[in-house]
Design a protein around this ligand. Structure first.
Ligand code: BG6
Length: 486
């Protein structure tokens, strides 16, 4: 969908996220012809760069962070012409008059102006206040805020209150980049674009659902943040929760922001509290003989007594009409043996085997691979070939995005490309609403408080393994097993 020329100010423009994600995403959209002439992209940060210096640094970052083929010198030069820089202090007055000047002559209040807060939450309020006091806001202003959106329910409420005192909810875009992933949006297409699955998508036919987000990376480079967050706050409260919502929600009447977000909110509100014995926390440690600071969580963060989890597995239920009785198993961790985000919908056995138990039973199983090797596999039961009588076996009906869709499927657009353009278009469907974030913290807080009260220490697991053995036990106790990495 084409957009009109717009202004986008990135606060924190010299930070890691802006350099690795936000500006490369804008550049790729520019290469795709989606950013019209007349658009102004303004980097703002404390460093005293001139525009020329900033452009040089940006060009180097873009060459590093985007596909070489895109970095044709002319295209890059044309993009850099749209970009300027203002040295600015978010919590003082330095630089603001210059920003006002840069944004002046904007051609009326209709022009979309996006202010991207790619900064720590402590700066949200000072930035919001100054945007107002310097007269930089209008009805066409949108602000984008990054996770972590709070550290717990109380701090998330404070942030919401702060932002609400300056902006309408319709102007606030809270990013969860998982919602921008092609394959995550595809969850809704698979569920609500087919007749095949939805009639079976409930506790009567689904035995259980597993959501796995496994990573091979550690926390090197983000030690301070991660040591305060852990896997529960860093991944579970937001990304896994969003996946759970999309898998479990009722069909919204329309694909519009409030219809979708209302349904997600209902899922979070229906989540049961998690029993302590349904949670496994782990922390990566080196395998015997392995050396390297990044293989050892405690060494990485420089705290030999750290009780922050780099892995979590848990079992929860959604107490509503559709899902009562169906367990949802969630797990995520760092330094695991493979990078794999996958959702497994495990259907129940057929109620009766006409072939007799000796033929074997194979329940259907829908595997949705979010990354990598994006695709969907549905396992179906067939007759084992051969003359040996009726024995059943499992075979996959496999759809790989790369094979089915060609280059577009094998290299899905980065989540930030989609999300930033949605902000410009004014579409909030893939952004979290304030009440949704608060509800997610409302579910998370008691879990964290529980393990803190118990003095729970995470179980060590070997870097490069499938995680702590207790996570397997969590399912084995229910006569089930993890699918995917194990
Ligand atoms: C971020 C987390 O939100 O998501 C990181 O802070 C994590 O710890 C990352 O590594 C995972 O994102 P992706 O897109 O690589 O799956």
């Amino acid at each position: 969908i084409p957009v009109e020329p717009f202004d986008l100010v990135v606060f924190g423009a010299t930070g890691d996220l802006a350099r690795r994600k936000i500006l490369p995403a804008l550049f790729r959209r520019f290469c795709a012809g989606q950013i019209p002439d007349g658009t102004r992209i303004i980097g703002a940060a404390r460093s005293e760069y001139s525009i020329a210096e900033y452009r040089d640094k940006l060009a180097a970052d873009l060459k590093k962070n985007t596909n070489d083929a895109l970095c044709d010198a002319n295209v890059l030069a044309a993009f850099l012409q749209l970009v300027t820089y203002v040295p600015l202090d978010g919590s003082a007055e330095t630089g603001w008059p210059a920003l006002c000047e840069r944004l002046s002559g904007r051609g009326g209040d209709e022009r979309v102006q996006v202010f991207y807060f790619s900064v720590g939450p402590a700066l949200f309020e000072p930035l919001a206040e100054r945007l107002h006091s310097y007269g930089l806001t209008s009805a066409a202003t949108r602000i984008v805020v990054e996770k972590p959106f709070g550290h717990d329910l109380a701090s998330a409420r404070d942030l919401n209150r702060t932002l609400a005192s300056h902006f309408d909810e319709g102007q606030i875009y809270r990013i969860d980049h998982y919602l921008g992933k092609e394959t995550v949006q595809n969850l809704m297409a698979v569920r609500f674009g087919n007749m095949l699955f939805e009639p079976l998508w409930n506790s009567q036919y689904v035995d259980h659902i597993q959501i796995t987000v496994a990573e091979t990376v550690g926390v090197l480079g983000r030690e301070d943040y991660y040591e305060r967050a852990g896997a529960m706050r860093d991944m579970t409260q937001n990304h896994l929760m969003q996946l759970l919502c999309l898998i479990a929600m009722e069909p919204p009447a329309k694909f519009d922001p409030d219809a979708v977000r209302d349904e997600k909110l209902k899922v979070i509100r229906a989540l049961d509290p998690v029993e302590p014995y349904h949670i496994v926390r782990g922390q990566y440690a080196p395998a015997p003989g392995a050396v390297g600071r990044d293989l050892n969580y405690r060494e990485t963060v420089g705290n030999q007594r750290s009780s922050t989890e780099s892995y979590i597995a848990l079992k929860t239920h959604i107490s509503n009409w559709r899902w009562a009785g169906t367990p949802f198993y969630l797990r995520t961790g760092k330094r695991l043996k493979a990078r794999s985000s996958v959702i497994n919908v495990m259907f129940k056995d057929a109620p009766h085997s006409i072939f007799g138990e000796e033929a074997g039973r194979h329940a259907n199983h829908l595997k949705i691979r979010l990354q990598p090797n994006e695709g969907i596999t549905l396992s179906v039961t067939i007759k084992e070939p051969g003359p040996g009588g009726m024995r059943l076996m499992d075979v996959p009906l496999d759809m790989s995005f790369a094979e089915a869709l060609g280059p577009e499927g094998s290299e899905p657009a980065d989540a930030y490309e989609r999300l930033i353009m949605d902000v410009v278009r004014g579409n909030q469907t893939l952004f979290m609403r304030g009440d949704e974030v608060e509800a997610a913290w409302g579910w998370t807080d008691p879990i964290i408080a529980g393990w803190q009260a118990r003095g729970d220490v995470p179980k060590p697991y070997e870097s490069g393994s499938a995680g702590p053995g207790d996570a397997d036990l969590l399912l084995r106790r229910d006569q089930r097993e993890w699918r995917g990495i194990n």
